[in-house]
Every structure is written in structure tokens, then in C-alpha cells.
Design a protein around this ligand. Structure first.
Ligand SMILES: [Zn+2]
Length: 492
């Protein structure tokens, strides 16, 4: 009777996730909610990041912060509120961000003399402070990052992917020369790409944004773009070369070695909680999440299997010893010894939550001094094998590496399989229905807008690494001369 009820519950849970083929958007929401990554809040457009989701964010933070420090950056913190007039100092910046601003007009029951903007990004307030701090070439470069929240008023929101308030990091640097600032812009893009591919197992394409898609106030923006499970693109991080635009707006000047007063060259770069949405969509399947081991809050879950009390004590003893050994080896392990759930129910639960490796221990395994390892990226009998208890740590750490690599390989193969090089506009239109289209493009914003109107695909980037086009190459849409290929896709 009890078992039948458990089975019933199990089936319910399986049904709880809409298959991707049926409704991809609903699948995404189901996974995010059922895996307890995030939930909707009473404030429209804002989300609550739940402990399991926040633990992923903490692992993202650790992996990135380490890289930022290794490349010479320090963390600092700037205010949430920005005087309204600051936002207006850089013309393109104010135009780009105005529709999304949240403005505070009252404080302490009084109307404020000058309204305050809740930061949508911090170039303005940081630019003001840099102008104060930077005096001479000896003060340069300034390499600062901050971890914080920002607010951009959004009309249509999706958990993690587009929310009115989100968490991110924003790096802001100031340099003496253009060359240095450009090198920094590229260096940080490389840092993001390395993080995405090595830690999150998310393959990315590095590229330059078109004029139309660049950051409001930048000279140019660099981006990493990833393919999601429905073949749409997602901008996973950006790095902006701001030239002297903000330096001139905020008077960030320094006395150079030649005793002349010059404007600094600045950059900014950011990655947000949106990246968690990318992890869900790049790796997830119809059973739920599949987390890359390096970012997974729990890398290995131990599920004890027993029926009688005698079996229970034997199995739990081995299970506890297994936990101690794995933790001792630095594996983020968890023992699920809850009495009120069956092993089968627990299997589904941890599959849904995307734990990379499951360790099963039953009476037969205790007797044979072995454990059974199951990998989330493959699943079924194929992904399962028994190993001697003596080889536990070695086998689990190796398997975690294998899953990390396996997820990356699967995602890369998927992207390559769904990336097309259409020969004409007819082929192009079909290609963007089925994935990414890499095509010669004239560079005109008007042409880009037409493409979007006709196909719903946007220009994701002009990939940095690409073969030179043959001479006389023509734009895929308008037939004007093309110098480079651009990547087009439907996007979040
Ligand atoms: Zn064109």
C-alpha cells in the first residue's frame, strides 16, 4: 500500500515537467521551479532565488572571482542610488537606459531635491568616483569589480533570463592608453569564455556586437553567445570598450608622463544570474537539470537502499563512511538518508536537480564491498557501473571529470549540428528557423533591422575568429558588398 502510494507520487513528479518537444518555455519554467532554483515573487518581474539556485550562483562567483583576482582586479562596492543628472551626462547612455529606469522621488517622507536612479549599471557613479581618484599616470590602471544587484524595468520577464532586478558583477577599468583598454576588453572576454567552457561546460562563440546591438555608450561591445536547447541564442556575458566617452562625460583625466592632461580610456564588463538560465537550457533534458560538476552544489549524492532493519544499519554504515571519504577528498557530497522516501523517488528527485553522480549502496554492494555509480549525463543502464569500495574516491573524481567533459562535448556537437552557412536569403530564412546562421553581411543597421523584421532573427555577433571572405562577397540579404560574416539567430 505504502509502496503503491510512493509509486503514484513518483509518477506525479515525472509528469510535473512538460517535455521540451511539447512546450520548451513551459519546460524551462517547470525545471527552474521544480528543481527549486527560483520562484516568482509578489513584486511583478522580480524573482526569489532559492537556496539551491543561489548555491549555483555562489559557485559561479567563486570561479569568476578567482579569475578576476588572477588578472589583477580588486573588488569594491558603489552605491545603489545614482543622482539622476549623472545618468544624463553620456548622451547614448541616457538614451539607451531611460525607458528602463526606476527612479526614487521621495525619501524619508519628503520629496527629494534631485531624484535618484536605482542603478541599471554603474558606469555613471563609478565614472564620477574615478574622476576624483585618478590624478596622474601613476594612479593607472584602475582595475575594479563589484558584485551587486541592478534594476532594469522590464515589461516581459522570465525567471533568470529577464528580470527587473538581477544579480551580477560589473568590472570597470580605467587606462592610460587606448591599446591597454582594448587589451583589457579582450582579456575579460577571454576570461568569460574560459569560465563558460571550463566551469559551466557551455561552448561559446566570441564576437563583436553590431552598432545596433552594442552597449549604450560603448565604442564597441564584445560578447559570448551560446546555443540553448531549443537552438535559440543567449548572450552569456559582455565586455565593452568605452573609449573616452565616459571619461569625457565625467572628466576622468590624468597628468601623463609628458606633463599633459589627458582623458582616460575605460572599459566595463559583466555577467549576471542570467547565466544560470543558460546552464538550465544548454544542459537540461526532459528529466530536469543536468549540472556541470564544477558548478554543481552537490556533485555526488549517496542513496542507500535497504528493506530490513538489519540491512538498514549495514548499508547506512557504509553510506556514512562513503560520505566521509568523498568529503575528505574535496567532493561536494550529500547523503540522502531520509526515511520517508523510497530509493526510486530519491533517484528522480536528484535527477531532476541535476546532480552529476549518484552513488547507490544496497545490501549486495555491502557484501561485495562495492558501490554503484550512475552518471546523470548518460543515464539508464549505460551510465551505471559497479566499482570496488577501495577505489571510491578515484572513481568518483574521474567520473566527475568525465561528466564535465561529456556535457561540454554534447553541447558543442549540438551547436555544430545546428549551425548553417546559408548560400542565399531563402536558405538563410530556413536556417534561422533551425538554429544559427553564419552569413556574409554588409554591416548596415538598416539591413539588420530588415532581417529581424522578416525572420525574427537578430544579429548575435560578428565572430572574432572567422575565415576571410572571398573578394566580391555579397550580403546575404541586400547583395551589397560584405566584409565579414555575422551570426544570426532567434534569441532570448
Ligand atoms: Zn545587407
Amino acid at each position: 500500500m505504502a509502496e503503491a502510494m510512493e509509486l503514484e507520487k513518483e509518477r506525479e513528479r515525472e509528469r510535473a515537467i512538460t517535455p521540451r518537444s511539447e512546450d520548451y518555455s513551459q519546460w524551462y519554467v517547470d525545471v527552474v521551479q521544480r528543481a527549486e532554483l527560483a520562484d516568482y515573487s509578489p513584486v511583478r518581474g522580480c524573482m526569489v532565488i532559492m537556496p539551491y539556485g543561489y548555491a549555483i550562483w555562489e559557485n559561479i562567483q567563486k570561479a569568476l572571482d578567482k579569475r578576476f583576482k588572477e588578472t589583477g582586479h580588486q573588488n569594491a562596492y558603489f552605491p545603489l542610488f545614482i543622482p539622476y543628472s549623472f545618468i544624463q551626462k553620456e548622451a547614448e547612455h541616457v538614451e539607451g537606459f531611460s525607458p528602463q529606469l526606476a527612479v526614487v522621488t521621495h525619501g524619508g517622507g519628503q520629496k527629494l531635491e534631485e531624484p535618484l536612479v536605482v542603478r541599471p549599471t554603474s558606469e555613471a557613479i563609478i565614472g564620477y568616483m574615478y574622476a576624483k581618484w585618478i590624478r596622474s599616470y601613476r594612479d593607472l590602471p584602475v582595475l575594479i569589480n563589484q558584485w551587486c544587484n541592478v534594476v532594469r524595468w522590464e515589461m516581459r520577464t522570465r525567471l533568470f533570463l529577464r528580470t527587473t532586478e538581477f544579480l551580477w558583477q560589473e568590472g570597470h577599468t580605467a587606462h592610460a592608453t587606448r591599446e591597454e583598454a582594448e587589451a583589457e576588453t579582450h582579456r575579460m572576454l577571454d576570461v568569460y569564455a574560459d569560465f563558460a567552457e571550463r566551469e559551466a561546460a557551455v561552448p561559446v562563440i566570441k564576437g563583436r556586437k553590431s552598432e545596433r546591438e552594442k552597449f549604450a555608450g560603448a565604442v564597441y561591445s564584445l560578447t559570448i553567445e551560446a546555443m540553448m536547447g531549443n537552438k535559440w541564442a543567449l548572450q552569456a556575458a559582455t565586455s565593452h570598450f568605452l573609449g573616452q566617452n565616459f571619461a569625457k562625460a565625467f572628466e576622468i583625466q590624468f597628468l601623463d608622463r609628458d606633463n599633459r592632461l589627458k582623458y582616460c580610456w575605460t572599459t566595463s564588463w559583466g555577467l549576471s544570474t542570467r547565466f544560470i538560465g543558460a546552464i538550465v537550457m544548454v544542459h537540461g533534458d526532459d528529466k530536469g537539470l543536468r549540472l556541470p560538476p564544477r558548478l554543481a552544489p552537490i556533485q555526488a549524492v549517496i542513496v542507500p537502499i535497504y528493506k530490513s532493519d538489519e540491512e538498514r544499519s549495514q548499508v547506512l554504515e557504509v553510506a556514512r563512511a562513503t560520505l566521509t571519504k568523498l568529503e575528505g577528498a574535496g567532493v561536494r557530497a550529500h547523503l540522502d538518508d531520509r526515511e520517508e522516501y523510497t530509493p526510486g523517488w530519491k533517484f528522480h528527485e536528484w535527477e531532476l536537480r541535476g546532480v552529476p553522480v549518484r552513488v547507490e549502496i544496497g545490501p549486495r554492494d555491502v557484501e561485495q564491498e562495492q558501490i554503484v555509480l550512475a552518471r546523470r549525463d548518460i543515464g539508464g543502464k549505460e551510465g551505471k557501473r559497479a566499482v570496488p569500495q577501495a577505489r571510491l574516491v578515484e572513481a568518483v573524481t574521474q567520473l566527475l571529470d568525465d561528466v564535465q567533459e561529456g556535457l561540454f562535448k554534447q553541447a558543442l556537437e549540438f551547436r555544430e549540428k545546428h549551425t548553417y552557412e546559408p548560400k542565399d536569403y531563402g536558405e538563410f530564412k530556413e536556417a534561422v528557423e533551425r538554429g544559427f546562421a553564419l552569413a556574409p553581411w554588409c554591416g548596415s543597421a538598416e539591413c539588420e533591422a530588415q532581417i529581424q523584421e522578416e525572420t525574427k532573427a537578430t544579429n548575435r555577433c560578428i565572430p572574432l575568429e572567422q575565415e576571410p571572405l572571398p573578394e566580391n562577397a555579397k550580403c546575404v540579404r541586400c547583395g551589397e558588398p560584405a566584409k565579414e560574416r555575422a551570426l544570426f539567430a532567434r534569441a532570448y
